[in-house]
Design a protein around this ligand. Structure first.
Ligand code: GLV
Ligand code: MN
Ligand code: MN
Length: 410
């Protein structure tokens, strides 16, 4: 076995180990600063320290490890991805990018580069616990403000309290922000879609990350007895929400490239013999062009108003995220393309339909992403996988990319 093949096995076994660190037995679920995140930090800290890295957890709960440069005053390159998961998620979305970053430094065999390398395991990217994604990377770009710390989860626990409960100090959240000279940020990530597999390509270069809107939409009617209330006297919030959800799907079918999802719904009071009086739904809308996305969101709200009015319901909505599409950095991408070519692999540039910390990091530093093919195009699912040969390919490309950055700069 070559060194890179045995490192590939190390990457896959680390992803399997992290997948067992879950807040739900038998499922991979790890939300922002949940108890298993401590185990994840301890596991990766031990590995990074063995490579001579200094490791700390910043005040928003990002795990950060620094691999020193070959000279004291050198800029830093950032590598990373996120350590949280969706409920019942897979073992690779996020975790693979962090583990690959550490493995890449291990592959250097102790050699120091002309720049330092910081590995970041972001504390939150999925938006599961607080309905708002990218908590970790927002803090790095200096956007962790009072409003973000005040967000509450379904149990009424704020971000600030969750941070405190984890043993960190939310008052110092600004200290998570990037300082000093940063060359750029690279994120390895599974594609989470079927394109690379259909082309039989192991890797893809991400040119841009599509924009996304996330909203919470509430319908309020009147709870009442399911047996005694005739149909024409009901104000059923769930029946109204269901009608609107059908319109959401139709809107996306009618607009090329648009995807729209209601992935979460809560109906109250939640009993089989009670008409639902109150419903809260999530709405996730994405498109490569921000104008199309924002126009569709406005249209879907108008549709919800029409449904609510006809059914005697009250409507309320809150925009939780309005994140524009983000291009990746052309120079970093070009260097990555050279690395893929030097490894005699096919070059394929593509957009990302999923959101990533890279889209937040791009506000402050040149950012790029390298996708690994997703078998079956599957992600956000426990059957999510990655092929060992693609992990080896990513390590080879990553190593060559570091050499190119040393030779040519960024
Ligand atoms: C993150 O996985 C997203 O929702 O795109
Ligand atoms: Mn994800
Ligand atoms: Mn991800």
């Amino acid at each position: 076995m070559t060194d890179l093949e045995s490192l590939t096995q190390r990457v896959l076994s680390a992803c399997a180990d992290l997948a067992r660190m879950s807040q739900e037995p038998g499922r991979i679920t790890r939300t922002f600063l949940s108890p298993p995140m401590r185990q994840v930090h301890a596991y990766l800290k031990e590995w990074m320290e063995r490579l001579g890295m200094s490791v700390w957890v910043d005040p928003i709960g990002n795990l950060r490890g620094y691999y020193p440069a070959n000279k004291p005053t050198a800029p830093r390159l950032l590598l990373g991805s996120h350590l949280d998961t969706v409920p019942n998620g897979g073992a690779y979305d996020g975790a693979l990018g962090v583990v690959l970053a550490v493995a890449l430094l291990e592959a250097l065999g102790g050699r120091r580069l002309g720049f330092g390398v910081e590995v970041i395991g972001f504390s939150e990217e999925e938006g599961v616990r607080f309905g708002v994604p990218f908590l970790g990377s927002r803090a790095l770009v200096g956007r962790a403000d009072a409003a973000l710390l005040a967000l509450k989860d379904e149990q009424g626990v704020s971000v600030a309290q969750a941070v405190r409960d984890f043993g960190l100090e939310p008052e110092h959240v600004r200290e998570a922000a990037l300082r000093g000279e940063v060359l750029g940020y690279l994120e390895f990530h599974i594609e989470q879609g079927p394109v690379l597999e259909s082309l039989e390509y192991p890797l893809g270069l991400v040119e841009a990350i599509v924009g996304q809107s996330r909203l919470e939409v509430g319908f309020r009617g009147k709870a009442n007895h399911a047996g005694t209330t005739p149909m024409h006297l009901r104000r059923d919030a769930l029946a109204g929400a269901a009608e609107w959800i059908g319109l959401v799907e139709r809107e996306a079918w009618g607009e090329p490239g648009l995807v729209a999802t209601v992935g979460q719904i809560q109906a109250l009071p939640g009993a089989g013999n009670v008409i639902p009086g109150e419903v809260r739904c999530s709405l996730d809308v994405r498109h490569a062009f921000d104008e199309v996305r924002t126009r569709s969101v406005a249209h879907l709200i108008t549709r919800a108003q029409q449904v609510a009015q006809r059914r005697g319901l009250e409507l309320a909505w809150e925009v939780k995220l309005d994140q524009g599409a983000v291009p990746c950095d052309p120079t970093l991408l070009e260097r990555l393309e050279w690395a893929v070519q030097d490894c005699e692999l096919p070059v394929h540039r593509m957009p990302s339909g999923a959101g990533h910390d890279a889209m937040i990091m791009a506000e402050r530093v040149p950012s790029a992403m390298l996708f690994l093919r997703s078998p079956g195009g599957l992600s956000h699912h426990p059957d999510e996988r990655v092929l060992p040969e693609d992990v080896t390919a990513a390590l080879r490309v990553g190593l060559r990319w570091l050499e190119i950055l040393e030779e040519h700069g960024v």
